[in-house]
Structures are given as C-alpha cells and as structure tokens.
Design a protein around this ligand. Structure first.
Ligand code: ADP
Ligand code: UDP
Length: 237
C-alpha cells in the first residue's frame, strides 16, 4: 500500500490517496477544535489514542454485523479505510441528556432518556451543522429513504453494542456522533471515527468526564482523560 497525495485536511484528521482507488489512508492529528473551529488547541497523544480506539471499536462492531470502512491499522496514527462518499450528516445518538440537547430543551445534564434519541445534523461548517429531520434529508437528496432506514437501524444497534462494551470498563455512554458513507460498490458503511472526540464518556461511579468536554469547557485534565480511556480499553501506546 503506497501513501500518495493528501486529498483533504480536516480539523482532526488528514486523508491521503493510495495506489488503490478504493482505499484511502486517514492520519489522526493531535489538533483539537471546538465551537465549530472557533476554539483551537492540542491534546498531546490524542491522535494515536483516537486511531487505536476507533479501530478497536470498528473491528468489534464488524464482528457484530455492522459494516464499517475499516481495513487495516498501519501505524499508531494511520489507518487504511475503504474510500467512501460521506453521507453529509452527523448522526447523533443520545442515552442521557447533555450538551446541546440539555440547552435546547432545558433538561439538566445527566437526565436519562426513556429511550435512545437519534438526531441528524447537516454537515456544513459555514452553517454550524444545523439540525435537520428526515423530511429535509429526503427533500435535499442527502440520502435515500432506504439509506436512512439502514442508518437508523445501524445507529441503534451500535448504541446497544457500545453501551454494553463500555459498561464493562465502568463507563457510561452518554451520547455520540456517527458518520456513514457509501463505497464504490454502493454499500452503506460506518465511517469516520468513534473516540473521546465524538462520544461523551462518564465514569459510571464518579460521573467524571472522560472525553472532549474537558477541552470544550476548559476543565483541565484533558490528556489524562484520553489516557484513562486508553488505559481502560488496554490500548497500547
Ligand atoms: P472535519 O472534516 O469535520 O474537520 P476530520 O478532521 O475528522 O473532520 O476529517 C476527516 C474527514 O474525512 C471528514 O470530513 C470525514 O467525513 C471524512 N471521512 C471519514 N471517513 C472517510 C472515508 N472512509 N472515506 C472518505 N472520507 C472519509
Ligand atoms: N459531536 C461531534 N461532532 C460535532 C458535534 C457533536 O462529535 O460536530 C458529538 C459530541 O462529542 C457529543 C454528541 O455528538 O458526544 C452530541 O453533541 P451535542 O449535540 O451535545 O453538541 P455539543 O454540546 O458538543 O455542541
């Protein structure tokens, strides 16, 4: 596998072409942003942890019947994945109220949801990723009804698998964001990452935050939170 030209540089990752048109290499950075890029910083060691955690979780989800973009980890920070056309949606799943849901609906953070909540946001930095519903998605043609049915089914299945997985390391999965994409042969797969950048993880006993909220909210102990998640998952560094 040859790493070729850079195709894209995002806020947290770079994407490179390879000599296989169906594969790309993602390279995870230590850069951190919040408030849609308005707050910037570095979280030392984050790139490696997010890469290895994402790969661990994607492999586990594959075994449980969820198709993913994962192909092969090639270094601490780099992974070969199937190249997809990203469905331009952030798929958010919530088990406990936090963040923007708490603000929008006036529900205290930490309030359990009676059942998981799925939200969709249109991926568009200039518009700050506005929330949309299935009618907007169909009307704009961002995904077909069949794709949306699968996305919701996969999102709920991933939620129940991940809740159990994190419970074993005494972590409550509060909420998380997923991205899906379509491969060259038309298959819908889970793409992007699953990490403390994209999930809220709370210690199940102390309710300590073990995720990017420590950076977003200037709480300190940011690196330690990522390291603690890596330690509990026994991810080598
Ligand atoms: P952002 O673009 O929001 O700043 P990142 O820094 O994480 O985010 O950049 C990674 C980019 O790669 C994102 O736009 C993401 O949607 C995209 N991406 C993730 N997985 C794949 C994939 N398998 N194929 C192509 N693009 C992908
Ligand atoms: N999230 C994300 N990327 C985004 C927005 C949200 O990964 O651009 C994740 C975030 O880490 C959290 C969940 O999605 O786990 C719900 O985030 P929320 O809508 O509460 O937004 P926030 O409070 O982060 O603005």
């Amino acid at each position: 596998m040859k790493k070729m030209e850079q195709l894209y540089e995002g806020k947290a990752k770079k994407v490179f072409a390879t000599d296989d048109p169906n594969l790309v290499i993602v390279d995870y950075k230590d850069d951190a942003t919040a408030l849609n890029g308005k707050k910037r910083g570095t979280i030392v060691g984050k790139g490696a942890i997010n890469n290895m955690m994402t790969n661990r979780l994607m492999k586990m989800l594959e075994k449980n019947g969820i198709p993913t973009h994962f192909v092969e980890e090639i270094s601490q920070r780099e992974t070969v994945v199937r190249k997809v056309q990203i469905v331009p949606l952030e798929v958010i799943v919530r088990n406990v109220a936090a963040g923007s849901l708490s603000k929008r609906l006036g529900i205290p953070e930490g309030t359990p949801m009676r059942k998981p909540v799925i939200e969709y946001c249109y991926k568009c930095d200039e518009l700050d990723d506005p929330m949309v519903n299935e009618y907007h998605i169909a009307a704009m043609g961002w995904a077909s009804d069949e794709q949306m049915a699968k996305i919701a089914e996969y999102a709920l299945k991933i939620d129940s698998i991940l809740i159990r997985y994190f419970k074993d390391i005494n972590v409550d999965l509060i909420d998380f964001k997923l991205e899906f994409g379509v491969t060259g042969d038309g298959t819908l797969v889970l793409a992007d990452e699953i990490s403390p950048d994209t999930c809220r993880f709370w210690d199940a006993t102390t309710h300590d935050k073990l995720d990017k909220d420590r950076f977003r909210r200037d709480m300190g102990g940011v690196e330690d939170a990522y390291l603690e998640m890596a330690r509990r998952l026994q991810i080598e560094e």
